[in-house]
Design a protein around this ligand. Sequence first.
Ligand code: PLP
Length: 408
Amino acid sequence: MAASRLRVAVSPLRRDVAPRDLARTLPTVDAAVAELRPEEPLHCLRPQAIEAAARSFTEAFAGRTLYAVKCNPDPRVLSALWRGGVRAFDCASPAEISVVRQVLPEAGIAYMHPVKARSAIRLAAAEGVRDFALDSVDELEKILDETGSAEDLGLVVRLALPKGKAGLDLSGKFGVAPDEAPALLRRARGHARRLGISFHVGSQCDDPARWRQAMALAASVVAAAGVKLDVLDVGGGFPSAYPGADLPVLAAFMAEIDGAHADLVERLGDLAPGELWAEPGRALVAQGVSVVVQVQARRGDALYVNDGIYGSLSDAGALGWRYPVRLIRASTADVKPFTLFGPTCCSLDRMKGGFPLPADVGEGDWIEIGQLGAYGASLRTAFNGFDRGQLVEVSDAPLLATPGYAAA
Ligand SMILES: *Cc1c(COP(=O)(O)O)cnc(C)c1O
């Protein structure tokens, strides 16, 4: 009785936070706003832009592309990636594995989280997953226990990298130290049909040389281990366009990877990996979603809008990331920078920006915020009851293009 009352009390905040899919396709964001006049955040999905970016990446990369599902697990996003040539998915939880299996039964899946619950390993194995990441002997033992030491295991050792200068550094949490990696590789070799090394240079990494440095480190580790490597996984971290970013073209990243791969083959000879993998997330999907917000109040240079850091804009909060913005009506006013406040009562719910908008923007106006397809919708919460949102498909061009990727 008490338990059911509690459930009733919390249920309005625990419903699925995914935006309500209107199953509508409209030609442009402007047309969608004109028709729907949305008072809730309107998610505008651009499947063609996702498909095009996926095609650009899979054609440029000389190996197998695994999309990092956490970045945006929406079934339509997964399908668009598949149409763009992505045939494998990097999952980090049983829920991610299950959505990929449902949407794309033919897809390859690798479980790339280096620290897994035992029950999660069992569930993955039951779903036919055989490739698992690890960064410790303890994790190796867990994988062997829970898969019954399957004969066809792929074991991918995640290597820790020195701290880099990516937009979002990922060096502190996972990975075996380079001096401990050879022993772990030798141990894993005895149990692996496929033995791999992976790393992550950090998200939104704009320096192609980071991949070359990481691949050289991987080569040293393999040489020290003296074991044959089957897979070298160069991870994710490929950048997407944001205001102010001056990015090298996609081909510049691939040139470093290809060059480093050639060096590695020369250095390692028979031990060199036959296969390259990559795990892009952000670069494939960021441009695939814009969110249209409505202004509820203006106070000076601050706009109070209906989405914020507990919704699709979390990285605009503490991380201070800026996103491209566009006022959805004609204005001849001068452009000036604005700060945004989100809808919750929390004072952290502030996006400093600055977001350049015409000086006459005000209550009732709609603003398109671009580049929210990566880590935008997937990080939404129901905090304070602000979990409403709608989703439509559009086919106009994204607000920003990432150099070297086809736009659609
Ligand atoms: C998050 C993640 C990725 C994707 O990173 P992006 O910066 O979005 O490209 C790839 N691999 C692993 C293991 C991850 O955790």
